[in-house]
Design a protein around this ligand. Structure first.
Ligand code: ADP
Length: 561
């Protein structure tokens, strides 16, 4: 209150500092009036100290600035009056809709585009927002005069005249088609991932029930014949699981560019025959009639990775068997197609492929009908692998079908190499149908911390005529190896006490026997860098678990005396 008291006292004192204060207050009030008049555009010139100052048109300066900014914006800006006629458009708008300003000004908005709402209710929501808040922001579709439709994001504001009445609207419009496309691609990938995970879970679970049943059967019924049946079930289901996991690993490695081809001269006849070995059980299950047309050996020689080539052909034959109802026909052929090119075809009389799916069956995770209840499932990976592997071989693959239930034909074309005197590399056929054998004089140490794994492998080798020992950690492995000096050591990498890699290094460090012993790594990992690690530790071979016993026997077979 003290200040107020002092002020009121000053007000009634007309001389001295009080009078001075009052004059100042009056001058300030006058200055304020002058400023107000200038702002209101009522003053065109001012005289100060006998000099004339002509005032700039402040409003027109500001509006010129606004116009420049709007004209240079990347977003389209369009103003329309209450009759929907275009009263203004910037150059971005003319560019975006491909209509010169002179063709649009004064004409209905439709001279620029037709617009469509994206969802029912959008139109009502927009007019509600405009009438209550005076603005609306949202997405819709603009169809240009050329017919092209673009997705746009618009901010629309009601313009008012001097009396506050609506005089039209001003829209700032951004073309977001690219963003919408990217969002759709992400949503699509997300949907496909979800579908894939559901399929994966289903396909991985499928073999488990029969395996569990078979084990139960073996537990309760000691009848040897039943045991053999049960074992058969487990083997087949396990093979299916291994196949799925292999495909998954393969597709991961291929998409990361980590698969290298081990190319050599390969006779296509050998590749087709090897693939037949793989696919025959599935073809037999479907009771299909199989016809194979092959040229004489040596006629179609390609530079290829035999394992991968076999995988390509087997995949196509498996699909032919899978997607053909029982007792269908499957024809496999290999021939020369034009100069320097081999053509491998797998034809079936099965369910066929709708024409719109033909170009897409090679896409990762693409499946024509997921709901189809098939005897042998899959993940939609096989054909993606086929295409990738064929391309890595410098070839191409194509699918053809006359439609539903009219069968399918898959054609693989590969470049031939010029014939030379050299005979194609020899490939020992898989040592399937293992038979019990006599003592072959070859000693093998099997090292695995999973006692079941080590013992079952050792037993299997013993039946085949090998002398075997087992160890379950790294130190024990060194001990047993030192005592018995086996010809080969099959060594799991993840061992307690001393890792498989360390065991290998220490074995190799022993002169004589240690340098000669065949070292085989068993690993859960099969990437190139994993293989490189085992090679550097001194291993001769690298097997990915679960081990293909036929292949292992093939490798050990070279030690036979
Ligand atoms: P998967 O067999 O695991 O589903 P693929 O990549 O091998 O995956 O095949 C992709 C899809 O192509 C299959 O789901 C199937 O719909 C279709 N397809 C493949 N081969 C044939 C064929 N021979 N006949 C009919 N459809 C096929």
């Amino acid at each position: 209150m003290q200040d107020g008291e002092r002020f009121s006292t000053a007000k009634f004192d007309q001389s001295g500092p009080g009078a001075e204060m009052e004059r100042l207050r009056v001058r300030l009030a006058e200055a304020e009036d002058t400023l107000r008049a200038i702002r209101a555009g009522e003053v065109e010139a001012l005289v100060v100290d006998h000099r004339l100052y002509v005032l700039q048109d402040v409003e027109s300066l500001a509006s010129r600035l606004r116009n420049d900014v709007i004209a240079q914006m990347d977003d389209a800006v369009i103003a329309i009056d209450n009759d929907q006629r275009v009263t203004y458009l910037n150059s971005a708008a003319a560019r975006q809709y491909g209509v010169p300003a002179s063709d649009a000004l004064g004409r209905p908005l439709a001279a620029l585009y037709d617009f469509r709402w994206l969802a029912e209710g959008d139109a009502d929501a927009a007019s509600e927002a405009l009438s209550t808040t005076g603005s609306w922001r949202g997405r819709n579709l603009h169809v240009k005069r050329s017919g092209e439709a673009i997705h746009v994001e618009s901010t629309v504001t009601v313009m008012r005249d001097m009396h506050g009445q609506p005089a039209g609207t001003l829209a700032v419009i951004r073309d977001v088609s690219e963003r919408v496309k990217a969002e759709a691609a992400v949503a699509d990938a997300d949907r496909r991932k979800d579908e894939f995970l559901a399929t994966l879970a289903h396909e991985l679970r499928n073999p488990l029930a029969p395996i569990r049943n078979a084990l139960e059967m073996m537990r309760i019924d000691p009848d040897a014949l039943r045991q053999a049946d049960a074992r058969g079930i487990i083997e087949r289901q396990l093979a299916q699981l291994v196949h799925l996991v292999d495909d998954l690993l393969d597709v991961g490695r291929i998409s990361q560019g980590k698969v290298e081809l081990r190319r050599e001269r390969v006779d296509l006849v050998d590749a087709v025959k090897a693939a037949l070995e793989t696919s025959r059980p599935l073809i037999a299950t479907g009771r299909h009639e199989l016809t194979v047309h092959l040229p004489p050996p040596g006629e179609l020689v390609v530079e290829a990775d035999l394992t991968r080539l076999t995988q390509i052909i087997a995949n196509l034959m498996n699909n032919a068997a899978k997607y053909t109802p029982e007792r269908g026909r499957i024809v496999v052929s290999a021939e020369r197609a034009g100069p320097g090119e081999a053509l491998i075809q797998v034809r079936d009389s099965g369910v066929g492929i709708p024409s719109d799916m033909l170009p897409r069956v090679f896409d990762l995770f693409a499946q024509v009908d997921r709901s189809l209840d098939r005897a042998q499932g899959g993940l939609g990976i096989g054909l993606a692998l086929v295409r990738k592997l064929v391309e890595m071989h410098g070839g191409r693959v194509q699918a053809q079908s006359d439609g539903a239930n009219r069968g399918s034909t898959f054609s693989v074309r590969l470049p031939l190499i010029k014939p030379s005197g050299e005979t194609p590399a020899e490939h020992s056929p898989a040592a399937s149908n293992l038979q019990p054998g006599e003592d072959n004089g070859v000693g093998v140490l099997v090292v695995d911390d999973n006692v079941d794994s080590a013992q079952s492998m050792a037993q299997l080798l013993a039946i085949l005529g090998y002398r075997t020992w087992t160890a379950h950690d790294g130190q024990e492995a060194l001990q047993v190896a030192g005592d018995h000096r086996p010809d080969a050591i099959v060594l799991d990498l993840g061992l307690p006490k001393l890792s498989g890699l360390d065991v290998a290094r220490r074995v190799r460090a022993q002169a004589g026997w240690g340098e000669r012993v065949l070292l085989i790594a068993l690993s859960g990992w099969g990437q190139d860098e994993d293989r490189e690690k085992t090679r550097q530790a001194g291993f001769d071979r690298h097997f990915v678990k679960p081990v293909d016993v036929d292949e292992l026997i093939g490798v050990l077979g070279r030690l036979h005396r």
